[in-house]
Design a protein around this ligand. Structure first.
Ligand code: 5GP
Length: 167
């Protein structure tokens, strides 16, 4: 995956770097939820590849579901308005949830979903994000598992798009 600049594409993380990081995060999650039930909730579309790789590194009987959101904005700028366009299929009441996101930018998407999921009475909620852009943050959100911290650049690949392409 890499940075999409004005005219050029620059590799930020190689396949191997991403793989190693996911093995590390998966081991930690496996340890932390050893005696608990765990439901991973992937945020579509961006997190679909991350979720697919991550759950194979979590050595527990994990349940998986997806929620799709749209934010109204231009291709490279999130407007902060979030709408659920595909809801979860399963009930999360009494479950330990791990909300998995590709990238946290302003934090508005994660904040909205955390509040929405909390209202459904889960046992706990934690967050796992592959990329964190702390310089772009508008609202504080808790990040429990983090892949990489990056500068405020626009990233594509490994599930992240530019105008639905380059995923
Ligand atoms: P936030 O709500 O934190 O501002 O943004 C979250 C969403 O904005 C991410 O799930 C992602 O869809 C999109 N986003 C933020 N930064 C980037 C980026 O650098 N590249 C891509 N492709 N999408 C991004």
């Amino acid at each position: 995956m890499g940075e999409l600049g004005e005219s050029a594409f620059k590799i930020l993380f190689t396949e191997e770097q991403i793989k190693n990081k996911i093995v590390e995060i998966g081991m930690q999650i496996t340890k932390d939820y050893k005696r608990e039930n765990l439901t991973v909730i992937g945020i579509l579309k961006g997190a679909f590849i991350f979720v697919a790789d991550l759950i194979r590194q979590i050595h527990l009987p994990v349940a998986v579901d997806f929620i799709a959101v749209s934010s109204y904005g231009s291709a490279t700028q999130s407007s902060g308005e979030v709408k659920i366009i595909k809801d979860l299929d399963i009930s999360v009441k009494g479950r330990n949830l791990l909300l998995v996101e590709d990238i946290v930018d302003t934090g508005l998407t994660l904040k909205y979903l955390l509040e929405n999921l909390k209202s459904r009475d889960p046992a706990s909620i934690k967050t796992c994000v592959l990329l964190d852009k702390p310089q772009a943050r508008k609202v504080e959100v808790p990040i429990n598992y983090r892949g990489f911290t990056i500068d405020n650049v626009f990233v594509v690949g490994y599930g992240l798009d530019y105008d639905q392409k380059y995923r």
